[in-house]
Design a protein around this ligand. Structure first.
Ligand code: GLA
Ligand code: ZN
Length: 674
């Protein structure tokens, strides 16, 4: 359990008192009490303060902050401060700064920008983590370590180039094997020496961020950079562990962030934490999916909501305020999906630099008489009342949706057949379809045990990692339902095409052969025409982006294309395989189709909605020691009537019995102990 030492939903967030004076900090602490704030993340960006030079450390300021906070029972999430290197370091050791995509050597400035293969960065980040651990490991108030901050970005410097060659020789062993894997006979790219290999960026194979001449080198560079940053995390992790044996360690992730393979990262973290920054118009189901994805990184283990803003951001083009009730609603949304903490960036607003217009619990006015503070204080009180009731409660989803970063990179990098295919959007469409029916889904890795689920959906699973197709076959054979789509099964893990017809290794279980793939122009669409009514599917639907021209090789054809020269060819098929079924959706279907489709398939598997769906109302369930807690979140700006059906229980937030039909106000939340 995350919250051992402080057994309640931790409530607090990033706190940077090094930016203001002591009396102000006293005021902060007074207000923290008013809001029941009990955790502060400190030292996130203080490296330059605590290490003025190579051999000099000064922890006096940090000592004071930590002591003062813990004196008033504010627990500590202690960051290692390595998310921004000091100016002296960049000045004296230029290897810490990165070389960017266009080959420009960066100078000091910004943050999250240290070269992950810089010997200087690795040395000093290890040392500072070690020093911090030595000093604070046994502080009673320390509850979690926070390594660096929002790892991300790539570097293309000489140290990275050299490390890349090492990484490659580990992966391929011989240059011949690399040539084969990378398909270098194309365009005469054969390498004879590792030294001939240079990082793929706009000086070499790539342009525009994700266009490339050679998919495999670009793919490998993404794997390598993700691994390099992860190595930096591990270096600090090990340094902390020398002294701090039991306190859990995390780093804050960013949901569907593209550049790091978070499933790999999740394995190295004790607890996953992440920063949730939706815009006012982000679909609710997208945020839900992001939470589910973060929960999925450690196989369903609860996570920390490390950051969210109490009110507004500063870095979006238009930084809308969170409307009254929304901060509370979105906090509970995180909890509904597995968060065991509710934390903010930031507890008090900065006065200078680029984040002074970023929302905070304590605003520039400096007192507690603000809308934002009142809302924060109200939530703080509720979280105290909830106590440890929900901590460590899990989800028991019957649907698993596969998400794979390497597959995503391969799709982003692929040259053709369309630029409109966005992996995350495709996955989200399926997540959203289940979501709208109040059918909870987990986001899972390709390595997850599929047998935990009744239905496994793998949208656009273009890259077949070794063993994946076999795993699907076994899952379906034993009675599972597998759903995949167009443009799947095409390449191996090196982005080399599997010969013998698409969808490659998935052909057998799906019982189809895709002969050709048509790319539709923007605005163009085709139709999914149902042969007959099937479950909730009838008539016709729209589809676009890509259309696979498939032939059935034993699969039942339920719908065909309505136009183009491939009118009448299958677009929806279902293959009986062993005791289960494998579905193929040969194009990017519209929301109505997906809604009717997943409803049908869920019913076939005996999966029922958690609650009768009402538009704009989200429902999830967490279970602890056999006790189920139903979260009902009204995202609408108006009151709704919910029909609880057979369900009755206690609404934990109001301590009242609920059953039958009831009203839920705009932006309001219910947590029903069934
Ligand atoms: C990120 C960072 C924070 C802060 C916020 C602002 O999440 O981790 O330091 O910059 O963004 O939204
Ligand atoms: Zn580098």
């Amino acid at each position: 359990m995350i919250n051992n030492k402080l057994p309640k939903m931790w409530y607090g967030g990033d706190y940077n008192p090094e930016q203001w004076d002591t009396p102000t900090m006293e005021e902060d602490i007074r207000m923290f009490k008013l809001a029941n704030i009990d955790i502060a993340t400190v030292n996130v960006f203080s490296w330059a303060l605590i290490q003025p030079s190579e051999n000099e450390y000064d922890f006096s300021g940090l000592d004071r902050i930590i002591k003062r906070l813990t004196m008033d029972n504010v627990y500590i999430c202690l960051a290692t401060s390595t998310g921004a290197h000091p100016a002296w370091m960049a000045h004296r050791h230029p290897d810490v700064t990165r070389v960017d995509y266009d080959g420009r050597k960066r100078k000091f400035g910004g943050r999250h920008n240290s070269c992950p293969n810089s010997p200087t960065y690795r040395k000093y980040s290890r040392e500072i983590a070690s020093k911090l651990s030595e000093r604070y490991a046994n502080y009673e108030g320390l509850v979690v370590w926070h390594i660096s901050n929002e790892y991300g970005g790539y570097c293309y410097c000489v140290n990275c180039a050299e490390a890349f060659r090492g990484w490659l020789s580990n992966r391929y062993e011989t240059i011949e094997a690399l040539n084969k894997a990378w398909y270098t006979n194309f365009w005469g790219h054969t390498f004879y020496d590792w030294a001939e290999i240079v990082p793929p960026n706009s000086l070499s194979e790539e342009w525009a961020g994700n266009r490339t001449n050679f998919q495999t080198i670009s793919l490998d560079y993404r794997r390598f950079q993700s691994d390099s940053l992860l190595e930096c995390f591990k270096i600090e992790y090990d340094a902390i562990r020398e002294f701090s044996k039991n306190v859990q360690i995390t780093t804050n992730l960013m949901g569907t962030y593209p550049e790091l393979d978070y499933f790999k990262w999740g394995k190295e973290m004790d607890v996953v934490s992440w920063d949730n920054y939706p815009s006012i118009d982000t679909p609710v189901s997208f945020t839900a999916m992001s939470h589910a994805l973060m929960r999925g990184l450690k196989g369903g283990q609860p996570f920390m909501l490390m950051e969210q803003t109490p009110s507004q951001q500063n870095w979006q083009p238009y930084n809308s305020l969170k409307r009254p009730g929304v901060m509370r609603l979105w906090s509970y949304q995180a909890v509904a999906h597995g968060a065991d903490t509710v934390m903010f960036f930031q507890l008090r607003r900065s006065l200078g630099a680029c984040e002074k217009y970023h929302g905070a619990v304590i605003e520039h006015v400096g007192h507690e008489h603000t809308r934002v503070f009142r809302e924060c204080a109200d939530l703080g009180k509720e979280l105290v009342q909830l106590g440890d009731t929900l901590l460590d409660a899990r989800h028991q989803s019957k649907v698993g949706i596969v998400f794979d970063w390497e597959n995503r990179w391969a799709l982003d990098l692929t040259s053709g057949p369309t630029i409109d295919l966005k992996y995350v959007d495709q996955v989200h469409k399926y997540y959203d379809a289940f979501f709208q029916h109040n059918i909870q889904a987990d986001m899972i890795s390709v390595e997850e045990q599929f047998e935990r689920y009744e239905i496994v959906v793998a949208p656009v699973i273009y890259m077949m990692k070794p063993g994946f197709a076999k795993k699907v076959e076994q899952f379906v054979e034993k009675g599972g339902t597998f759903i995949t789509t167009f443009f799947s099964g095409i390449v191996n893990e090196n982005d080399i095409v599997t010969t013998g017809g698409y969808p490659g290794e998935l052909r057998k279980v799906l019982g189809v052969w895709a002969e050709e793939i048509d790319a539709l122009l923007p605005g163009q669409s085709n139709e999914i025409v149902m042969n007959d009514q099937y479950g909730h599917m009838s008539g016709q639907y729209q589809c676009n982006i890509l259309c696979d021209l498939i032939h059935s090789e034993g699969a039942e054809v339920l719908a065909t294309y309505g136009s183009e020269f491939y009118k009448g060819m299958p677009v929806l098929t279902k293959n009986e395989f062993g005791n289960g079924q494998a579905w193929y959706v040969a194009s990017s279907a519209d929301a109505q189709f997906l809604s009717d489709f997943v409803k049908t398939v869920a019913e076939e598997k005996g999966i029922h909605p958690l609650l009768k769906p009402v538009a704009g109302v989200e429902v999830t369930e967490r279970i602890k020691d056999g006790q189920a807690y139903l979260f009902v979140l009204n995202h609408n700006a108006h009151e709704v009537t919910m029909d609880l059906g057979e369900i009755q229980g206690t609404d934990l937030l109001r301590q009242s019995l609920v059953h039958g039909e009831l009203q839920l106000s705009a932006k309001d939340v219910m947590i029903i102990k069934k």
